[in-house]
Design a protein around this ligand. Structure first.
Ligand code: MRU
Length: 338
């Protein structure tokens, strides 16, 4: 990769600004966690694993700037800051998971040095980033092994390096398959309304020399009916105990279409995306986005003033539509029968 989605440097968080891609490759530096929250909300950093890592580093920024002198006061402050950060976006479980993880590790600190206590947050952010990179590699390898030597994959949204600290989830499978010498072509759904497929997936696949063809979301069914798609691979924002998958709005439609056409539907996700507490998809909170993203998304009004809009950012794909899950620990069967 000739870009890095996010990293920490000199006690700052650096984010690749995904709102300006593919026009510009720009990085923004953050020193205040209160600025990271709106950056997550406006999708400057996005994708479930990446917002988890950003949340961990936002905690580090929070503890760094906190003026409390003693460790006990800092602990209280961090619990409050953690609540604010967790509220940034509700659907991807990685965000709350990362906040809880850094708080838990910091809770184990028995000393009385505020500096040592602060450093724990930076170290844990680094650890989560490094683990994410390793998980992407492992998941990519497991998934790639499942693909035929020559195949065309449809993907939805962006589940690539831009969505993680490493080489991605769904796109990691593609990168690894190419690395193994397989002949892989990709169709990318545009992914309305914010065009993560067009702006981000096409950009990063092209940067990495992968053959990608863009389609609008409503072209997926016809493209499948022409026999042009051999497999679908998407990422996930949260996977419940029964295997239901929350992912970018439109994923469910693609899964239904894949079943109709007898095309395998795979979900690639690290262990941090599996929610061990929620039974099924109906309990996952679905983020609602601003109507303007639909009616005037990229600076031009495309619906009459005052048009009513329903804009869920994610949908639920029931486990019965999933062929298999590619995880960093191996391949798990899904609930789809054929
Ligand atoms: O709203 P976004 O762009 O954060 O949505 C991202 C997705 O839905 C991805 O598919 C998901 O987070 C998996 S990323 C590895």
């Amino acid at each position: 990769m000739n870009f890095q989605t996010l990293y920490a440097k000199d006690k700052k968080l650096v984010l690749l600004d995904q709102t300006v891609l593919p026009d510009k490759l720009a990085y923004n530096e953050y020193t205040d966690y209160r600025d990271v929250i709106p950056a997550i909300q406006r999708l400057e950093v996005r994708g479930a694993p990446a917002i988890g890592i950003a949340a961990a580093y936002a905690m580090a920024l929070g503890v760094q700037a906190a003026t409390d002198t003693g460790v006990d006061q800092l602990r209280q402050t961090m619990i409050e800051i953690g609540k604010e950060i967790k509220d940034a976006r509700p659907t991807a479980v990685n965000l709350a998971w990362a906040v809880d993880r850094v708080l838990e590790v910091a809770a184990g600190y028995n000393g009385d040095s505020a500096d040592e206590y602060r450093q724990i947050f930076w170290n844990e952010g680094d650890a989560i980033l490094k683990e994410d990179q390793e998980m992407c590699e492992a998941m990519g390898r497991y998934g790639a092994e499942q693909l035929p030597d020559k195949c065309t994959i449809l993907t939805h949204c962006n589940a690539g390096a831009l969505a993680t600290g490493g080489i991605g989830t769904a796109l990691a499978v593609i990168y690894k398959a190419v690395e193994m010498g397989k002949d892989i072509k990709v169709f990318a759904d545009e992914t309305r309304p914010l065009l993560q497929g067009a702006r981000l997936t096409c950009w990063e696949l092209m940067e990495n020399g992968v053959d990608v063809t863009l389609i609008t979301d409503n072209m997926a069914g016809y493209t499948m009916s022409l026999g042009k798609i051999d497999a679908v691979v998407t990422g996930a924002d949260r996977i419940t105990k029964n295997g239901d998958v929350a992912n970018k709005i439109g994923t469910y439609s693609v899964a239904v279409l894949a079943q109709k056409h007898g095309i395998p539907f795979y979900v690639a996700a690290p262990e941090s995306t599996f929610d061990k507490f929620i039974e099924s998809g109906k309990d996952i909170p679905i983020e609602q986005r601003a109507p303007e993203e639909v009616t005037e998304g990229f600076g031009r009004r495309t619906a009459p003033n005052g048009t009513k809009v329903f804009s869920p950012a994610f949908d639920i794909t029931p486990h019965e539509l999933v062929t298999a899950y590619f995880t960093d620990t191996g391949v798990r069967p899904g609930g789809r029968q054929a």
